[in-house]
Ligand binder design. Structure first.
Ligand code: TA6
Length: 296
């Protein structure tokens, strides 16, 4: 269902028979809402988010492409998150989404202006689907459509903002003992010690070669998010904490307590795509998030 969202921007609303729903803005190809069958919102969007180009929407799931963060010469997190995407009304079958009836395919192709800042022709297909169990599934299929025969290289992330009760009540399982690059310490490499990850101050880390399954446990809301991913070896964990929160115009001063970004990503080893038959169609990434009552 295509309808008008904030500031008249186009959005697609997906509904699944058990009552779960999701909303995707064509601006940014950005998921901004995912609700469970009790109508509870599972993603965080700032009350100060600006739903207006050229600013990316603060919250939901921004798509970082063709660059994650400042890992390159483009604007931070690339340009896909502040471009207008279009709907493909005749999408191809995807093996990963065969179970889902509630889905939409959004397409992004570079404009003439985009080609001036990143000289590679591509087609980015983002499928957003609600699974039969209420899980949210995102699949990205990126094609190199260059006529010049040259490969291109990019970094990527699903910059997912989870809604949490209180950051002090949250822990992440699946990243302990892994290596990470710390964005707060010149992107230097460290090794995580000890148990599950908990939060007491600003965090901005890129965990490397992470497992395909990561769990985010929220004791306050008695909820667990299980993130599964494929084709995306890294996992970024970010919370701006109080000082950074105050510096962001589109983020409330206390909102850091109620959000946590855990992002399926490919940062350390950029992905290279060749044009031409065999490599042209490549399922880049799959990310699904499932939310349940907390494990005992
Ligand atoms: O994913 C973490 C990060 O790269 C942080 O460094 C932080 O700045 C955040 O993303 C938000 O970036 P943005 O450009 O949306 O303000």
């Amino acid at each position: 269902e295509l309808c008008k969202g904030i500031n008249g921007l186009d959005k697609v609303v997906l509904r699944e028979s058990r009552g779960t729903s999701a909303e995707v803005y064509l601006y940014g190809g950005q998921v901004t809402s995912w609700k469970n069958d009790h109508g509870e919102e599972l993603l965080f969007v700032s009350s100060k988010a600006i739903f207006k180009p050229p600013k990316a929407i603060r919250g939901g799931i921004p798509i970082c492409f063709p660059q994650f963060g400042s890992h390159g010469s483009l604007e931070s997190h690339g340009f896909a998150r502040n471009r207008q995407w279009s709907i493909d009304t005749d999408p191809p079958p995807f093996p990963t989404n065969s179970l889902s009836k509630a889905y939409v395919d959004l397409i992004l192709r570079p404009s003439e202006e985009d080609l001036k800042i990143w000289a590679h022709s591509f087609e980015f297909r983002l499928r957003v689907a609600l699974g039969p169990g209420g899980d949210l599934m995102l699949t990205s299929r990126i094609r190199n459509t260059s006529a010049d025969g040259k490969p291109f290289t990019f970094t990527f992330a699903y910059h997912t903002y989870f809604s949490v009760s209180d950051i002090s009540e949250v822990r992440i399982e699946g990243l302990e003992t892994l290596d990470y690059l710390d964005n707060l310490q010149n992107k230097e490499r460290f090794t995580e010690q000890g148990d599950a990850i908990t939060f007491e101050s600003e965090v901005d880390k890129i965990y490397l070669s992470t497992p395909t399954k990561i769990a985010i446990l929220d004791h306050g809301k008695k909820r667990t998010f299980v993130l599964r991913k494929d084709g995306l070896p890294d996992a970024v964990v970010w919370n701006p904490w109080d000082k950074k929160a105050k510096q962001m115009a589109d983020f409330g001063d206390d909102e850091y307590k109620h959000m946590l970004c855990v992002e399926a990503a490919a940062v350390e080893k950029p992905i290279t795509l060749k044009p031409g038959s065999a490599e042209q169609l490549k399922d880049l990434s799959f990310c699904s998030i499932f939310c349940t009552g907390i494990r005992s």
